[in-house]
Design a protein around this ligand. Structure first.
Ligand code: GLP
Length: 244
């Protein structure tokens, strides 16, 4: 793991966003794995800004998002699909047919999981996977569990995740289930770009970087991937014992 610590979220967004932009410039048909949450927003701002300046085209890029709520219409304002449209996809020239999401409302979840795995294979595998982290160490919606997961599956969200994400739901109750890529699918990405900011993530970041590799902290599996770049602000890095 390579770890970089910055003062501001904007600097993190520039550094993480540059990895995606440079990769797409060199490989216009690259497959990118994208994440939701507030932490990735400055990265998406940077990418949209580079597109607006004419420095990059995303017309050939394929995208795969990590997860989506169940029992929520795709177009609902709190769906991850809507989040990505608002924060990135509607701001760049990615082609709608190249945007891939798990269907949280698929009637047959195992068929949906197989469909997504095949779509990723057909795209040549994910080149760069973007990840944030939950306060409990979750990545995508892989919650602390007794074992590491494999392919995409339907997950019951934990109380910690429901508490953290409920603030975004003002008209309906937050869904209790989601479809998420599994740890196995995430770990097959060729490169992983990870971001975390704020003191609320410090404990999870410490467990991810310095703790035992255990499904009790799903993010700890990243210690075993050979190409992970971690971007933190000072608050998120405060448990690591590095001088700030
Ligand atoms: C969500 C997503 C994760 C994300 C996490 C943290 O639940 N499924 O992919 O990393 O929450 O989000 P935030 O960046 O808003 O703290």
């Amino acid at each position: 793991m390579q770890i970089f610590i910055y003062d501001t979220e904007k600097e993190i967004g520039q550094a993480a966003g540059k990895i995606f932009v440079d990769h797409v410039k060199a490989n216009p048909n690259a497959a990118m794995g994208f994440a939701t949450g507030m932490t990735p927003v400055p990265t998406y701002d940077y990418m949209a800004g580079e597109y607006e300046k004419g420095n990059v085209s995303f017309a050939g890029m394929k995208t795969f998002n990590l997860d989506e709520y169940c029992d929520l219409p795709r177009e609902h304002k709190n769906s991850f699909y809507t989040f990505m449209m608002d924060n990135l996809f509607s701001r760049i020239d990615v082609k709608p047919e190249n945007i891939n999401f798990l269907d949280g409302n698929a009637p047959d979840q195992s068929a949906e999981s197989e469909r997504y795995a095949q779509a990723i294979i057909d795209a040549g595998g994910i080149d760069v996977q973007f990840l944030g982290i939950g306060r409990n160490g979750h990545i995508a919606f892989n919650e602390p569990a007794g074992g590491f997961t494999g392919e995409a599956f339907k997950v019951k969200l934990t109380d910690s995740t429901i508490e953290a994400n409920s603030i975004y739901f003002d008209d309906i109750a937050m869904p209790r289930y989601a479809m998420t890529m599994g740890i196995g699918s995430i770990m097959r990405a060729k490169k992983i770009v990870f971001v975390a900011t704020g003191a609320s993530k410090a404990e999870a970041v410490k467990a991810m970087v310095q703790g035992e590799v255990t499904p009790e902290c799903p993010a700890s599996i990243l210690q075993t991937h050979d190409d992970v770049t971690v971007f933190l602000d000072r608050a998120a890095s405060q448990g690591l014992g590095v001088r700030n």
